[in-house]
Design a protein around this ligand. Structure first.
Ligand SMILES: Nc1nc2c(c(=O)[nH]1)N[C@H]1C(S)=C(S)[C@@H](COP(=O)(O)O)O[C@H]1N2
Ligand SMILES: [Mo]
Length: 524
């Protein structure tokens, strides 16, 4: 057996046993793969996060896990090669991997001391496997002479004989194969059963059975003309399965409604702790609200519009009795993520919600089941806490949330944004009448106008579709008499305060991208 293969097998055994231990504990965040991945997410610099979201969007986590898998494979190969010179070096390498797992698991915001166990016993398993494989490969003095280097028909050795290298001479092949097979078996059985055990906590069946009450205050009807009917146009209401997802959760938090509580505490007269049933007994309201992400680039699609069902947040906070001087709500999710929201944006009369429903069903697990915050007009990172379990009434001077600690703005109203959805970039269209249509948003200020332009011609008013209120995006359409050639189409929106979207492009950091969207098309 080659040294590199030994390294791979030993690392596989380590990972498999660690997954099994994480499964037995029922703590996904203690799995070394997930803990190290989560640590990576936390350490990712802002530019790299923007790069990942820009290029991989909601697949950013899959890409991260694949990269991590590649990194572990390389480390395993190196460990194997080291063990060829000295077993101790290989063991030290495995120990270092295990230590990285332990540190990662213990530095998660929700860490408990037991979270060190999976990485630690995984490393021990990997070391044992490596030692056994190395020992089996060495020329053995105890094996009887006829067993050495003699292929018997049943071990397949005969066909492999020509590939043997001199260093492998005298090897007890049967023992090596058995040890290797054993190690693979341990790795596979551990990995698979660990995954199965971790699925115990899956809440999707609980969610499927959950019935939500009706809204005491239903949403205003959406005018049918809110949807512009042109092929390729964005749907006015985003179906849950198509709704963008942005979060730091490498594995989706599984929160049982039965176990869910919300604590409201901090600078309050009467701290509150409410159950999910308590929440459902509130007078629920249903509203159409468009969510958008600060990482959205000009022309990007990190925004979605849904009908949310939930309890208004302002009365809940007022019942707790907000102390004077408080200016921030620090919300925390079950996986330890923190978001800060300016308190005045929750109390100023807008429909800030503790949402339980999305488009007529319980929140999808990926979108915060069983409860999340939604505050119209604010970027998601300062308002839309998914899997929320804790609201601390505090001050910006005292507490800092995950993204604001990384330099993002504390106050981040959504910037006025407009986008051309059809024709698509680099499309070829026939000369004559062409529909130019798109989506604009300026939540809680509303979109009052969208203008469009061909090449450097005059700006013209687009026709705006009706909307149910100030908190959703708004579609627009114009008719273009297109002449043959290559043309650039541009758009810009004006919000309800009369301010027009600036031409100048700025990146998402630290409080949202700006700039006009443009699309180049060929007319034939
Ligand atoms: N618990 C938790 N809530 C979170 C986040 C997160 O990382 N963790 N990300 C926020 C960000 S940056 C955005 S844009 C919205 C996205 O909500 P969605 O995934 O439902 O579209 O959730 C917000 N809520
Ligand atoms: Mo976001």
């Amino acid at each position: 057996m080659t040294a590199a293969l030994r390294g791979l097998l030993a690392a596989a055994a380590a990972m498999g046993v660690a997954e099994l231990a994480a499964g037995v504990l029922g703590r996904a965040s203690s799995s070394p793969l997930l803990a190290v991945g989560a640590g990576f997410i936390d350490l990712t610099p802002v530019w790299l996060k923007d790069f990942a979201i820009r290029h991989f969007g909601s697949d950013d986590k899959t890409v991260l896990l694949l990269g991590l898998g590649a990194g572990i494979t390389v480390a395993a190969l190196v460990i194997g090669l080291l063990s060829r010179f000295r077993l101790a070096w290989g063991l030290i390498g495995l120990g270092a991997l295990g230590a990285a797992g332990v540190v990662a698991a213990l530095t998660r915001p929700v860490a408990e001391p037991v979270d060190a166990v999976p990485s630690a016993i995984g490393a021990l398993a990997g070391m044992t496997a490596l030692a056994l494989l190395v020992r089996g490969t060495r020329p053995s003095s105890i094996a009887p002479p006829e067993a050495r280097g003699t292929a018997t028909p049943d071990d397949g050795g005969a066909t492999e004989q020509p590939e043997r290298r001199p260093e492998d001479a005298g090897v007890d092949r049967r023992r090596v194969l058995l040890t290797g097979a054993g190690v693979i078996g341990v790795a596979a059985a551990g990995g698979v059963s660990g995954r199965v055990l971790l699925r115990r906590g899956d809440v999707s069946s609980v969610r499927a059975k959950l019935r939500l009450p009706r809204a005491a205050s239903p949403a205003r009807p959406v005018p049918p003309e809110a949807q512009i009917r042109v092929p390729g146009m964005t749907p006015f209401r985003t179906p849950n399965r198509d709704f963008y997802r942005v979060d730091t959760a490498l594995t989706l938090p599984q929160v049982e409604p039965r176990d869910w509580t919300l604590r409201i505490h901090g600078m309050v007269a009467r701290p509150v702790e409410m159950s999910f049933d308590d929440l459902l007994r509130e007078a629920l309201i249903e509203r159409d609200i468009t969510l958008s992400c600060v990482s959205n680039q000009v022309g990007g699609d990190l925004a979605g519009n849904a009908r949310w069902l939930g309890a208004p947040l302002a009365p809940l906070l007022r019942r707790a009795g907000i102390a004077s001087g408080a200016d921030q709500i620090l919300s925390r999710s079950s996986d330890g993520m923190t978001l800060s929201t300016p308190i005045e944006t929750i109390l100023d009369g807008r429909d800030a919600l503790l949402a339980v429903g999305m488009n007529g069903e319980p929140l999808p697990v990926a979108h915060g089941f069983p409860a999340r915050m939604v505050v119209p007009g604010l970027y998601g990172y300062v308002s839309a806490t998914k899997w929320v379990v804790d609201l601390k009434v505090t001050r910006f001077a005292t507490d800092h949330a995950y993204w604001t600690r990384r330099g993002y703005a504390e106050r981040a109203p959504i910037k006025t944004f407009s986008r051309i959805d059809v024709p698509k970039p680099l499309a070829t269209v026939n000369a004559g009448r062409v529909a130019v249509a798109g989506t604009a948003w300026a939540q809680h200020r509303g979109v009052d106008a969208v203008e469009w332009q061909v090449d450097d011609g005059p700006w013209r008013q687009a026709r705006l579709a009706p909307v149910p209120g100030l908190d959703t995006w708004r579609q627009w359409i114009a008719e273009w008499d297109a002449a043959p050639g290559s043309h650039t189409l541009r758009c810009r929106a004006t919000d309800g305060t009369g301010r027009t979207q600036p031409e100048h492009r700025t990146p998402p950091f630290p409080d949202g991208a700006t700039g006009w969207h443009s699309v180049v098309v060929t007319v034939t």
